[in-house]
Design a protein around this ligand. Structure first.
Ligand SMILES: [Zn+2]
Ligand SMILES: [Zn+2]
Length: 223
């Protein structure tokens, strides 16, 4: 019987197909989601909370720990509706909308690294006094060390410059921040404006605006 000879090979091929299938299946559950219907309005905390509450209970804490979309790192999970879960190397990752899903998968390794950073930052920001947390989150990046996310180097450092709160990624940035108060404050305003723009998350050209933060930093090496 000729066919018997090929049977073991067919089994192997079958197994491979199955394992890649399980990945595909995990992504395909939001097919019905409409494209980019998001409005430019700033999502309220209540809206985000409601969207997050729609996640299955088993996913909520992981999504809350991640807090931001790895593809749009200034967009809170829940701001675009219920976050979507994707599986990358067997790990659960949450993205803000269907428009961010394919990229998250395509650059799986980078996505996982980004998610780890986001979790670390969110945990560090959560160590700030409650009243400071929303302030730090409108800023999100250090005005001195460009592209350095607040919380990526431990609990952010708060300064008052000309009566305005400024957050820095670390103590090492404090001298530079105080050296030219005006420039520091201007940079903070610029960052906030950029964040607000990216936070609107309209269309698909948003990706690079937000990702720029990542690439400017000289120490960020990619293999
Ligand atoms: Zn998105
Ligand atoms: Zn710093």
């Amino acid at each position: 019987m000729k066919t018997n000879r090929w049977f073991p090979i067919m089994l192997i091929v079958g197994a491979c197909t199955l394992s890649s299938l399980s990945i595909t299946v995990a992504f395909s559950d939001d097919a019905a989601k409409p494209g980019h219907d998001h409005k430019a309005e700033k999502p309220s905390d209540a809206k985000i909370k409601a969207a997050m509450a729609k996640l299955p209970e088993s996913d909520r804490s992981a999504a809350a720990a991640q807090r931001y979309c790895p593809m749009m790192d200034t967009v809170r999970l829940g701001a675009m509706g219920t976050p979507l879960k994707v599986l990358i190397d067997g790990k659960s990752v949450f993205v803000c909308c269907s428009g961010c899903k394919d990229d998250a998968v395509e650059h799986g390794k980078e996505t996982l690294a980004k998610v780890a950073k986001l979790k670390k930052s969110a945990a560090a920001i959560a160590k700030l006094p409650t009243a400071d947390q929303p302030l730090a989150e409108t800023q999100l990046f250090c005005p001195i060390e460009e592209g350095s996310r607040l919380g990526s180097m431990g609990t952010p450092v708060k300064l008052m410059l000309d009566g305005k709160p400024v957050f820095l990624c670390c103590k090492g940035c404090e001298d530079s921040a105080r050296e030219n108060t005006k420039m520091t404050l201007a940079k903070v305003e610029e960052i906030k404006k950029e964040n607000a723009k990216a936070g609107q998350h309209e269309g698909h050209d948003h990706k690079h605006g937000a990702a720029d933060h990542e690439h400017k930093k000289g120490t960020a090496t990619k293999k």
